[in-house]
Design a protein around this ligand. Structure first.
Ligand code: G3P
Ligand code: CA
Length: 245
């Protein structure tokens, strides 16, 4: 029997909807995900916008680096058409847009701080302020590949849930996570099933896996006996168990 994991929809239900749009987040909830993952970047004038890349080129009809665009310029873009004409006109949401919607449900929200390529001075405080404003502290986990960014979050708010993101198999990142006293890591299956996965768990860390889209991959993980707290997937519907009663 397959163990059903706690499911975060990666960039929303991004397998079937344009990533990091309200349509993708609503679909995630409709499909039975218990959480959503989203990416935050910051405009020139300090708006927190939900988009994966440092530029708008791939996922909108515009071009340019977000750090050099204003909030109004980003808001005017179409973030749906690149995926499908049926999503034409869907905008890039702000973090506030997502939280305003999430205030009406009980989803967990994994906010990834995209500070690994652009430093976005002050983004950690701004994100924490939005979380506080919406009274969402208990429903949010902040993650980043940039451990300096996570360190700043901890310094600003020692009690907010944070997680270190690790790309592939990186012992140095695991050591940094231990140094910071992190209690959660978001890792790939290759890391989880390596000796470092067990080392992380033995050190008291929760593991969440990204990006798991294939049930067979999840079965490999469950068969290993490694405790995994959650998965982050583009296709939440593939992992939701339909109750038979
Ligand atoms: O948080 C897991 C995953 O989202 C990290 O990678 O590139 O999809 O943001 P990426
Ligand atoms: Ca992400």
């Amino acid at each position: 029997m397959n163990q059903q994991p706690f499911i975060f929809a990666h960039r929303g239900a991004s397998g079937t909807h344009p990533e990091n749009t309200m349509a993708a987040f609503r679909a995630a909830a409709d499909k039975g995900a218990q959480g959503i993952e989203l990416d935050v970047q910051m405009t020139r004038d300090g708006e927190l916008v939900v988009i994966h890349d440092e530029t708008v080129n791939r996922t909108t009809n515009g071009s340019g680096a977000i750090e050099r665009m204003t909030a109004a310029e980003v808001a005017a873009l179409d973030a749906g058409s690149w995926f499908s004409p049926s999503f034409a006109g869907d905008p890039v949401p702000t973090l506030e847009d997502v939280f305003t919607w999430a205030a009406g449900n009980d989803l967990q929200i994994n906010v990834e701080l995209k500070t690994n390529k652009v430093p976005y001075h002050g983004i950690e405080k701004k994100v924490l302020d939005v979380i506080e404003h919406f009274d969402m502290r208990g429903r949010v986990v902040l993650s980043s590949f940039n451990f300096d960014s996570i360190k700043r979050v901890i310094e600003l708010d020692p009690y907010i849930a944070v997680a270190g993101l690790i790309w592939k198999i990186r012992r140095d990142a695991l050591l940094k996570a231990k140094d910071l006293g992190l209690t959660a890591l978001h890792v790939q299956t290759s890391f989880a099933l390596s000796d470092y996965g067990k080392e992380a768990v033995d050190s008291g860390m929760l593991l969440r896996l990204y990006t798991i889209n294939d049930m067979r991959e999840w079965q490999r993980v469950t068969a290993s006996g490694l405790p995994v707290e959650a998965i982050i997937t583009d296709y939440p519907e593939r992992f939701v168990t339909v109750s038979s009663d």
